[in-house]
Design a protein around this ligand. Structure first.
Ligand code: FES
Length: 158
């Protein structure tokens, strides 16, 4: 676990307090993106400060922090999928994107986000996916993308 630098803790708390003034259902994701934009490493110590300040599960926050680190170091060909299907839309996909877009723009990632139709986690959306992990807006948590057809393409004989 990384050492917690006092100045970093103060910066984290400042961002948590700023995000608390934003009308959003996705405060952990927004906090992590803003901290990343501020040049902070999203390590376990950082996640613990956020979890304590926001009364969240530290391991879930750390998982999400690692996911944010992954999207920030996405490869040239990498794409972040943003579900725009019916369930995610009715679960707040527009609101999520409204909050997310300026952060992604600042990180130079907005053009890497592509709309897709359904990531098969409809009841937990709005959803975003990177490679084999999905961000579930409902719980602000990361889950494995276990859509079966990703592993076993359609049967050619059908
Ligand atoms: S509608 Fe978004 S995951 Fe299905």
């Amino acid at each position: 676990m990384g050492e917690l630098v006092l100045g970093n803790a103060a910066q984290i708390i400042e961002v948590v307090e700023l995000v608390a003034t934003v009308d959003t259902s996705y405060p952990v994701l927004l906090t992590l993106l803003r901290l990343k934009r501020g040049g902070l490493e999203l390590d376990r110590s950082c996640s613990q400060v956020i979890a304590r300040a926001m009364d969240r599960d530290p391991s879930r926050v750390f998982q999400l922090a690692q996911w944010v680190e992954a999207i920030c170091s996405i490869s040239e060909a990498g794409v972040i999928d943003r579900c725009v299907s019916v369930s995610c839309t009715s679960n707040g996909a527009q609101n999520l994107w409204r909050v997310l877009e300026p952060e992604m723009k600042s990180l130079g990632l907005d053009t890497r986000v592509h709309p897709v139709h359904c990531l098969a986690r409809c009841e937990n959306g709005p959803c975003l996916a990177l490679v084999d992990e999905i961000y579930l807006g409902e719980s602000e948590s990361i889950h494995e993308d276990d859509r079966p057809w990703r592993e076993a393409p359609f049967d050619q004989d059908l």
